[in-house]
Design a protein. Structure first.
Length: 273
């Protein structure tokens, strides 16, 4: 039920994107160009230089990304606001074909799917959509290997659905694996692949799962095309690594000194005479 209600909220949610929009008055055929400020499956908000009366029917055309190019969607003007340098209009789509609604919903879902991931929660809608366009969605069955310890690795993964087990061969018995960590929904793993080439552990689907994968090549392309976003991601990766190292250090201290560190000592038992 929670997943269904979340999906329903997304269906009507607006995402803030800036795109050129071509607007045509259906009654006169007059064409004008505006700028998108937000969009949803139900309509689009735009700014433009020309006043549009309430109730006016128009056709709008815009492109959000590759494969999401919309032509002559019929809409009516619901709201108009006077701006210093023009007007802001809220348009409601009328009789949109099901395939168009599904395409718009896919765009909205992609933005929210990225921002639900803990590492990317601070991304803008524009940044989330740009990142989603280069991340590949992968599905794994329960117990299926994602990558193996010691193998060449060039990818970072984020868990959209399901759980992933991170294991390592035992130093005592190389035929056995020790579970190091369970990666849960909206968490990530494999980020070290962005800094070095071999996997230090094995990752397997703990249950059926859906992952987003970002390869080193993808990240390098992003760095060339959108330096600001790539730098922002790199900072988040470094912060996450720092938190993990700090947590590992604390676990090591707790393991070595179970009695704690007090009064300048390491909680070691005193020698008895």
């Amino acid at each position: 039920m929670a997943e269904e209600s979340g999906r329903e909220r997304r269906k009507h949610a607006r995402i803030r994107l800036s795109r050129d929009v071509e607007v045509t008055e259906l009654s006169t055929g007059r064409k004008m160009t505006g700028r998108m400020t937000s969009v949803s499956t139900g309509g689009v908000s735009i700014t433009l230089d020309v006043y549009l009366p309430l109730g006016k029917k128009v056709a709008v055309s815009f492109k959000i990304r590759e494969g999401a190019d919309y032509k002559d969607l019929v809409a009516k003007v619901l709201t108009v606001k006077d701006l210093t340098d023009g007007f802001a209009a809220g348009l409601e789509f009328i009789d949109v074909p099901p395939e168009v609604s599904a395409s718009l919903e896919s765009v909205v879902n992609d933005v929210f799917a990225m921002r639900e991931l803990k590492l990317f929660a601070g991304l803008t809608h524009e940044e989330a959509l740009a990142l989603r366009s280069i991340c590949k969605e992968l599905k794994f069955k329960e117990h299926e290997a994602i990558f193996m310890e010691g193998a060449e690795s060039d990818s970072f993964y984020a868990v959209a659905k399901g759980k992933v087990s991170i294991t390592k061969r035992s130093n005592i018995d190389g035929n056995k694996e020790e579970v190091l960590e369970l990666i849960r929904e909206h968490e990530f793993f494999g980020e070290m692949a962005l800094f070095k080439g071999k996997s230090t552990a094995t990752a397997k689907a703990h249950m059926d799962c859906v992952l987003f994968r970002l390869t080193v090549d993808d990240f390098n392309k992003l760095y060339d095309q959108n330096h600001k976003l790539a730098t922002k991601l790199l900072v988040e990766f470094i912060k996450a690594l720092s938190r993990r190292i700090k947590s590992m250090n604390q676990e090591l201290v707790d393991m070595l000194y179970p009695n704690g560190i007090t009064d300048g000592t390491l909680g070691l038992p005193k020698n008895e005479t």
